[in-house]
Design a protein. Sequence first.
Length: 588
Amino acid sequence: MLTEAGRFLRRIALPLVATALVVVGLGLLVTRALDGVWPVSREEDLVRTLEDHRSDLWDAVSRVLSVASSAPAVIGVALVAAAIAYAVYRSWRAPLFLLGTVLAQTAVYGLTVAFVDRDRPDVERLDDVPGDGSYFSGHTGAALALYGGIAVLLSHRLQGKVRVWVWRVLCLLVPLAVGLSRVYRGDSHLSDVVAAFASAAAVLVIMNAAVLSPRAVWGGAGGHLRHTGENGHVPRAALVVNPIKLDSADDRVRIDRIMAEAGWAPPLWLETTIEDPGGGATRAALAEGVDLVVVAGGDGTVRECAGALAGTGVPLAVVPSGTGNLLARNLGLPIDLTDAVHVAVHGHDRHIDLGGIEPDEPDGERRYFTAMAGIGLDAAMVADAPDALKKKVGWPAYAVSAGRHLRDARMRVTLRIDDGEPIKRRARMVLVGNVGALQAGMQLLPGAEPDDGLLDVVVFAPYGMTGWAHATVRVIGRRRRDVPEVPPRQRRWRPIEHFTGRSVEVTTARPEPRELDGDPIGPGTRLAVRVRPGALVVRVPEGRVAVRPEARAEPFPVADDVVEIVAPDRPDGGADGVSDARHDHQKT
Ligand SMILES: Nc1ncnc2c1ncn2[C@@H]1O[C@H](COP(=O)(O)OP(=O)(O)OP(=O)(O)O)[C@@H](O)[C@H]1O
């Protein structure tokens, strides 16, 4: 076991000394071996050319940059930025990294100037500096250490690759401008600036590895400087991972790192198995008292974890790793792993409904779905989609297997919605949804909202090629909330019918394939669903909190499934003509 001093020596002190030795070596090369050799021989010419083109404007601009990178300014900005970083990250790591980087860069600079003696350019200098100590540019090195350090911290905090890169570039422009201003003002040669960049970049890498990485000297598992969350609470997440969907060790290190940087305790890693596809792992995580369950898997794993979390109030975050990722797409969750973990630790909570499936046997286990449940063609399609093809081409694999079942006989189905009159149909499939969008923006259940306390039901009954063409155009051409009214006389013959309700029972004459969130659950003659309003809390990106928060004004029931759940009325009073789902079920 390394002692604290040993770790400091190995991870910080020795790499910094090595950096200083390399920079000193480069300095000696430039001032001795390469003196008079191109391109070093032309450096004075460059500074003289700039001197010839000096203007009041550029004198003023470069003066501001020089002052901004002077020691008092760098120390002041570093202290303010460190205080902000502490407030934002609720962790000592961030300020430690920033101040440590500036300090380390100063140390490398001090060592270098002690060994390398280089005269400043032979021009009229605009600053009152001594004639020696040109190698390397201390102003440039300090600016890169400070603003580069800020860029590193920002890239851990910000979401979206474009935003991260915009900030990185902006932060790097400052030291670049400082370096050019030092040459313009006659204080440094170009190679002094380049050496400053090399030195500060190495220092940033060393300090990042030593302080910010999950295997950091301080702050990691068992580290000495603990993260502190609000009220001293250190939040902790459980990662429930389907190992066949997320199998990269790098991804796990990345998740650990983002969690650590956000000031969270090292997460509890749990893997699903064929026997326990997520529910047991989630219950184990709840028993550990975690603050958040992050699911890395497909919709099936999300569904299992969501069922275990129902009514507990512990939020679920999703790192989408499946083929469909329907819940993530419908809630606008990022698909990219890094962005998804950022949302997990920095996002907001949104209550959404769950669909509860009544068990086939009286003593059977109640199961839940987050996106959709179905009986008929859709279930046959997901059961038949070859895993290898899914892995290769993604969701289009479902289209391939759907093609095999288009000519299957139609089912005789009876629907009963909210204990209303039975509705008899001959259909290809019946879907019960909590959300409405499929891949590629297709709206299967337009108007379905995950937090409206209602289930949306769609009955597909296309007949012949024309019927399929009609149905396909209807689904592809639909937009959100585009639910045209259909005269009652025509309803029986529509290829697609749409209903809403709080409970839905679908029975079929013969056993038919059934599925929950894209996972086959075996054939049966009954699919009975009841909504559990607001039962699940999901971490969503900022700005995606409940679209209609008033829909969730009531607290959701925390007790068991037997509790009678009363859904709130639709807040829009039924904008699409469904003012009371119990009495007017049909939407199209
Ligand atoms: N450790 C494991 N080894 C093998 N299979 C597993 C393991 N853990 C879970 N599974 C299987 O993974 C499946 C669930 O996968 P998941 O829900 O993550 O993706 P999916 O919904 O199948 O994704 P897709 O969208 O690709 O269909 C279940 O069939 C489950 O049995």
